[in-house]
Design a protein around this ligand. Structure first.
Ligand code: BF8
Length: 623
């Protein structure tokens, strides 16, 4: 396949990869090549280094050791390794959520500079969900009480996390039956670490069931908290126009890229960039103004709520610096390559880290704190503005023009577009105009040509009348391919095209960052509740064509555990255990009503999803 020979299908990115080669800059694909062949034991998940009798490894061919020093088999080791990945991902999402809760609390106390409660209506709705008496209380008081209630959920002693109540009754009964209802956000992560310690849980089924519980504490817990409270603080997204790809950088402006995941700092950077004195300083330094753009999920957060242009997804991050046009890349946490300062050394770009929990050797660290948020944001923007005269014009190359897009499809926005209820969507599905819906999400991974898996799979799905909802790096990839414009409906099958044209929406709906996959859960729960069925009965499917992070493992497992058939485009490290592989791809159907499939070819992966959707339609008695 021709695409396999190239590193990316993102044309501006291709140009910058060439530039990197000419300028002898080492980038992710070079390091990927240098790692070949990658460790076979690691790929199969059969190496264990959980204690210092090891590291141990199991012989996949049966000629060498079949047990670790402690006696752990391949089944135990594979299960332990994968649940530790789930815990890593759940921790990342949930700790991000905790940071938002803390900021909400500080905002309520008037101690967070520059923050305000933007969506009071959602705040009140959430308070009601948490059974907080709202009568006669102002938003400050309510925010304080809500933050305090939600903070308890991180280490709760009794009961289950609140948002799990949003799931359909049948699903909750199933989770209860199998003992996987999450009891708190932190507890399940801690228990994963306990169970996978030497000499604790050795039963692979028992270990994996706890993996399900840990992942659910992310999807219906930490991630959902991050999404909902970000909406309270910064506003619930509504459809918004913007642009995407490396072409969003501007030759005549100070370019600042905000990269990472948490909107707490980046929202303030946007605010600081409109400061008159800083704009004047930029002009004094020879620029026309300050151009803020996003990268990865911090970019998605700003795009969704503010229409800030987005420069790219995970595999674009080094390339953005190589354009030579970036004055500062400001990073918070997650999915930030530690290589960025090395790449930046060859240009004038400043890499500025801001989170106490994520420092990068070679980067300048300006610590971010909410009580001085605006002042710190101004200080950072000033650094970028002052760096503009250091730009080396001969090294600048902005590769092409940005692509337009429409983002901002929160559940609230989707329901509004449908006239206030999910019924028109249900009617379109019942009539067969839309066969079903697919959530296509997740990372980039140099194991697959950049964006190829995302774009090809999504095109195939919409061609077959399947509405696609997306987040994270898939959202950015499909936007770059022009699939987030109403005109993209022309690439859809006749039924989906008709619905999109009638509603004026694209066939691919941007629902936000990776924590916002919780929005997809909420939408599915609303659909299932309206139809009085379980999520696993719906004609829907999930996919992560280019996944790579631990967060994606947690997402995959909570999506599956919520009843959604999920296709993985890269092979998870479980094949070293036939028992675990069979459980995840077959037997788990009997527990959660869904399975994983692994299919690296995105078109074949789409076909698996289409077949699954048709099977579900038939079971519901739909044509
Ligand atoms: O959280 S999709 S590479 S950027 S992990 Fe990271 Fe993966 Fe992109 Fe957003 Ni999600």
């Amino acid at each position: 396949m021709k695409e396999k020979e190239i590193k990316t299908v993102d044309i501006p990115a291709q140009k910058i990869i060439e530039k990197a080669k000419e300028e002898k800059i080492e980038i992710v694909w070079d390091r990927f090549e240098a790692q070949q062949p990658q460790c076979g034991f690691g790929q199969l998940g059969i190496c264990c280094r959980n204690c210092n009798m090891g590291p141990c490894r199991i012989d996949p061919f049966g000629d060498g050791p079949l047990k670790g020093v402690c006696g752990a088999t391949a089944d135990t080791i594979v299960a332990r390794n994968i649940v530790r990945m789930i815990a890593g991902g759940a921790a990342a999402h949930s700790d991000h959520g905790r940071d938002i809760v803390e900021t909400l609390e500080l905002t309520a106390a008037g101690k967070a500079q520059g923050y305000e409660i933007k969506d009071e209506e959602k705040l009140r709705r959430l308070c009601e969900e948490y059974k907080i008496n709202t009568k006669g209380k102002d938003k400050q008081k309510l925010a304080k009480e809500l933050a305090s209630e939600i903070m308890k959920e991180y280490g709760m002693v009794k009961g289950e996390i609140q948002f799990i109540q949003r799931a359909p009754e049948k699903r909750k009964k199933l989770w209860k039956k199998f003992g996987v209802l999450p009891r708190s956000v932190d507890r399940e992560i801690v228990e994963t670490m306990h169970r996978t310690h030497i000499g604790v849980d050795a039963d692979y089924v028992n270990i994996l069931l706890h993996g399900v519980r840990t992942a659910l504490s992310d999807g219906w817990g930490g991630s959902m908290i991050a999404t909902e409270l970000s909406d309270v603080l910064f506003g619930t997204p509504v459809p918004v126009e913007s642009t995407v790809n490396l072409g969003v950088l501007k030759e005549d402006m100070v370019n600042i890229i905000v990269h990472g995941h948490n909107p707490l700092l980046s929202e303030m950077i946007v605010k600081a960039a409109s400061d008159k004195d800083l704009i004047k300083l930029a002009q004094k330094n020879g620029a026309k103004g300050i151009n803020i753009t996003g990268m990865c999920c911090t970019g998605n957060e700003l795009l969704m709520r503010k229409g800030i242009p987005i420069a790219g997804n995970f595999l674009n991050q080094e390339l953005a610096i190589i354009t030579g046009a970036v004055e500062a890349m400001i990073v918070d946490y997650q999915c930030i390559m530690p290589s960025l300062p090395d790449v930046a050394k060859c240009y004038h770009t400043k890499i500025i880290s801001t989170a106490p929990k994520a420092k990068f050797p070679g980067a300048e660290h300006i610590e971010f704190h909410e009580h001085k948020a605006v002042d710190i944001a101004k200080e950072i923007v000033k650094k970028a503005v002052e760096n503009f005269p250091n730009r080396i014009p001969e090294k600048v190359m902005i590769p092409g023009k940005p692509i337009k897009l429409i983002a901002g499809f929160s559940v609230e926005a989707i329901l509004k577009a449908l006239g206030g209820t999910p019924q028109p969507l249900i009617d379109a599905i019942v009539a067969g105009k839309i066969r079903g819906a697919a959530g296509v999400v997740g990372c980039n991974n140099p194991k697959i040509p950049h964006d190829y898996g995302h774009v090809e799979q999504v095109k195939e799905l919409i061609k077959n009348n399947i509405l696609v909802v997306t987040t994270g790096c898939n959202a950015i990839a499909t936007a770059k391919a022009g699939l987030m414009l109403p005109e993209a409906a022309d690439l859809a099958g006749d039924g989906l095209k008709e619905i999109c044209k009638a509603l004026g929406i694209p066939p691919v709906l941007h629902m936000g960052s990776c924590v916002d996959i919780s929005r997809i859960l909420v939408l599915l729960a609303a659909l299932a509740n309206a139809l009085k069925v379980d999520i696993s009965d719906l004609p829907v499917a999930g996919s992560a064509p280019e996944w790579m992070s631990e967060k994606a493992v947690s997402i995959g497992v909570y999506v599956l555990s919520s009843g959604i058939f999920t296709v993985l485009g890269t092979v998870p490290p479980v094949l070293g255990s036939l028992a675990v592989t069979t459980l995840l791809t077959k037997d788990i159907e009997g527990v959660v009503g869904a399975t994983f499939a692994v299919e690296p070819d995105p078109k074949k992966g789409a076909q698996l999803m289409i077949d699954h959707i048709e099977k579900k339609r038939k079971a519901l008695g739909l044509s």
